[in-house]
Ligand binder design. Structure first.
Ligand SMILES: Cc1cc2nc3c(=O)[nH]c(=O)nc-3n(C[C@H](O)[C@H](O)[C@H](O)COP(=O)(O)OP(=O)(O)OC[C@H]3O[C@@H](n4cnc5c(N)ncnc54)[C@H](O)[C@@H]3O)c2cc1C
Length: 436
């Protein structure tokens, strides 16, 4: 049985990278800084970059190495928005605040692509849009409703009929869909490495192999409010940000790890397609996801291969049967791929919340946590990292609502409970119901 934690090394991205890793060192001495960031993914590095650019003394502590977490092994699909549609956000938060959140999350892909351009990160961005395709006639109505809501927000999304989806994706398995032109793809590890280099160039300290093992209020000194234990060293900081998402830091903030559900997502990538297949299967770099709850998500790789992702097991061990199911799903959608070599198979932890929303917490003054992007973290973590940096620098509150940490009561039973949930979703998918 393979370890899902260690399977980052099998991910395509680690074998196809243009941006060299940062030579990050382990923490060498006791230090005092303004902001300590726990976790070296998009959340931590985006916050650190923007804080360092504002002149804040910031250090990032990563338990393993940059890219060990989801940010170094994801699908590379930069999709804007939350899993709540614009009208849902307005209904939940009221017209003014709801609309601000629509703009914040809806603008997250633009923000991310602009950042890539500003920092000149060689992560091979392709902005060919994202199609969400209805897996049943019943799932089409909510998709069209979603698209119309974004059109009302002034976004040039397209509503596609069955034939248009088939023509643009090369599979006739869907009943229509919508295309969001704001979305696009990147080499996700290179994007992360680019962020790390930019943060270091701006003055952030990036410490790898530096697990934060303890966190407590600092007892001395006028500036430090928090004291972190990293190996044998002490870090004193006024503000702490925990950005560990689906690889939760254990024991730093009571209940934080128990407030989210890390779930594996599995992925595979093929060898480059030949010219005929290349023109037929998702040409031009468009990305595709399905409306099923247990959905597949797909894209072409920078080298011209095909990539598909889907559900994995709960826990740290991969389930080979689910990888076989992923391969089967790929061939059902694209029978022409039979015989194309699969070069990489891997998995990682997506971080889910019960309400489907990311969560921003400030559990005590100056102690923040940002997590649970529900599989949409590239744009959101990058954008929210900047939002939090702005709050810390200007001390004006972030517009994203802060919530209390709420441990999930059945967290210790999550494997059997989520097993039941999967069966429930499987049934809903079979009935043709849509999800977000
Ligand atoms: C297989 C897969 C496919 C995905 N596909 C997409 C996609 O196509 N599009 C999209 O938008 N999102 C996708 N996601 C989700 C996205 O990758 C995540 O939301 C995002 O990377 C989260 O970034 P992060 O910085 O919050 O966390 P991570 O990148 O997971 O980083 C957390 C880091 O914290 C470190 N850490 C933990 N504890 C400690 C400690 N005590 N001390 C120091 N460091 C610690 C970990 O080692 C880890 O490196 C996918 C995720 C997976 C797993």
């Amino acid at each position: 049985m393979n370890s899902s934690l260690e399977s980052y090394a099998n991910a395509l991205w680690w074998h196809d990278s243009l941006v060299p890793p940062l030579a990050g060192h382990a923490l060498q001495s006791d230090i005092e800084i303004d902001v300590a960031v726990v976790g070296g993914g998009y959340t931590g590095l985006s916050a650190a970059l923007h804080l360092a650019e504002a002149g804040v003394r910031v250090a990032v502590f990563e338990a393993r190495h940059i890219g060990f977490g989801a940010s170094g092994r994801n699908g590379g699909q930069i999709i804007p928005g939350l899993k709540y549609d614009p009208d849902d956000l307005v209904a939940k938060y009221g017209p003014e605040h709801g609309r601000q959140l629509v703009q914040l999350a809806g603008g997250a892909a633009d923000f991310t692509f602009d950042l890539i351009e500003r920092l000149n990160i060689r992560c091979r961005p392709v902005r060919a849009g994202w199609i969400q395709a209805a897996h049943s006639p019943l799932a089409l109505e909510p998709v069209v409703k979603r698209a119309r809501q974004w059109q009302a927000e002034g976004v040039a999304v397209e509503i596609l009929d069955r034939d248009e989806v088939a023509a643009r994706t090369g599979t006739a398995a869907h009943f229509g869909g919508w295309r969001d032109p704001r979305a696009g793809s990147v080499q996700p590890l290179d994007f992360l490495r680019g962020l790390a280099h930019a943060a270091a160039d701006a003055g952030a300290q990036i410490c790898e192999q530096s697990e934060v093992q303890s966190l407590k209020p600092a007892s001395d000194g006028p500036n430090a409010r928090w004291q972190l234990g990293v190996g044998k060293h002490r870090v004193r900081a006024r503000t702490v940000l925990i950005g560990t998402n689906g690889y939760p830091a254990k024991g730093l903030v009571p209940g934080l790890a128990q407030s989210v559900l890390p779930v594996q997502s599995m992925q595979l990538a093929t060898a480059p397609l030949d010219a005929t297949l290349s023109e037929k299967i998702m040409p031009g770099g468009v990305m595709l996801s399905q409306t099923r709850k247990l959905a597949f998500y797909m894209r072409r790789t920078p080298a011209g291969g095909f990539m598909i992702g889907g559900r994995g097991a709960v826990g740290n061990t991969e389930a080979p049967g689910l990888m076989t199911a992923l391969e089967r799903g790929m061939l059902q959608l694209f029978p022409d791929l039979r015989g194309t070599q699969i070069l990489h198979r891997w998995s990682g932890h997506v971080c889910l919340s019960l309400d489907g929303l990311p969560h921003l917490h400030e559990t005590s003054p100056g102690l923040y946590a940002l997590q649970a992007y529900n599989g949409r973290g590239i744009a959101l973590a990058t954008r929210f990292g900047k939002m939090l940096a702005d709050e810390i620098v200007s001390r004006s509150p972030a517009i994203y609502p802060k919530t209390k940490v709420k441990p999930i009561v059945w967290h210790s039973l999550r494997r059997p409970v989520m097993g039941l949930g999967v069966r429930w979703y499987w049934m809903k998918d079979r009935l043709g119901l849509a999800s977000k």
